[in-house]
Design a protein around this ligand. Sequence first.
Ligand code: NAD
Length: 340
Amino acid sequence: MTRIAVVGAGAMARVHARSCLNLPEVEVTWVADEDGARAEALAAEVGARATTRVEEAVGAADVDAIVIAVPTPSHRPVTELAATHGKHVFCEKPIARTVEDAEAMVAACRRSGVRLMIGHVVRFFPEYVRIHELVRDGAIGQVGLVRASRLNQTPGTQRPWYTDLERSGGLIVDMMIHDLDTLRWYFGEVERLFAHGLSYTPYQPRTDYALAVLRFTNGVIAHVEASWAHARFRTAIEVAGEYGTIRHDSQVSAAIRLERTVPPEPGEGAYVLGSTLTEGPYQVELRHFLACLRDGTPFLVEGEEAIRALELALAVLDSVRTGQPMHFIDGRPARQEAAR
Ligand SMILES: NC(=O)c1ccc[n+]([C@@H]2O[C@H](COP(=O)([O-])OP(=O)(O)OC[C@H]3O[C@@H](n4cnc5c(N)ncnc54)[C@H](O)[C@@H]3O)[C@@H](O)[C@H]2O)c1
């Protein structure tokens, strides 16, 4: 049995705490939030103790691991506190607002011998997992072009920290990062990117939109669109390769349609429908975290992987700000002088 302290009692903390209720191998023993009423309410729901003092929960004897779901700038101090107390960490994405903070988190966990996983949950959405398998197994041959969209309302209407570029990183660091991480998982390192967007304009606090074009070292080109200007949440991805396309659109009821121009094997059909959901991706993600802790196997998203995703998101933001393309060398951001 793994005993968990959930730090935060907002939107994502509720998702994770409720997932724990469905998993027999885990118990939430503490909920900490600076807002005492929120902490009390979530703690009561999951049968845990509540506190407004994060250190009380993180340092408690009946806690083995911490789930961090506070605003992004607080990921580092809470992770460092967990490491000090020898507790494993599952932390929401993005790993941090700055690479410096993210590297400090990875270093603190390594020094203390505790494990750190970052919640890049799209890697646990069955549609995106299936597309990963299809691409990896060559279902459509060499991939040429990808279009990925992630569209939503602004979350800042009720939670102003999201609209503060300095705190959340805005649409790009907070939301586009999902697709940046997923595409890097599919296709490897990025060589060059260029982006336009509304960050750094007067629109950003009310609404936001960005479009980035990425070229991967393996030649794949990706168009990545993100919006905090839409009425309904929608994700979509289209992967075009030499033998056909793979498409997913969260607004279409069939989760996956694989439409090939030729069958994978002679005699097979060229059209395959994907499976339907049996367990929510956030719960699958948490189960993965717990299983890896138990078995000592690597997480799908170790801290270093999340740093690479953050670097991509920050480069997109920089491209929007400067109007310049950003370059990478061996998957790491090139110095700006080299980029021009
Ligand atoms: N994986 C996903 O799909 C996904 C979706 C949304 C948000 N997120 C990420 O999850 C994290 C949390 O986002 P959210 O939407 O749950 O935020 P939220 O604003 O809904 O909740 C944050 C909670 O943290 C509390 N809090 C703030 N600072 C604190 C501190 N220093 N100590 C203790 N409590 C503190 C607030 O009182 C609030 O209850 C963010 O990093 C965000 O980017 C991930």
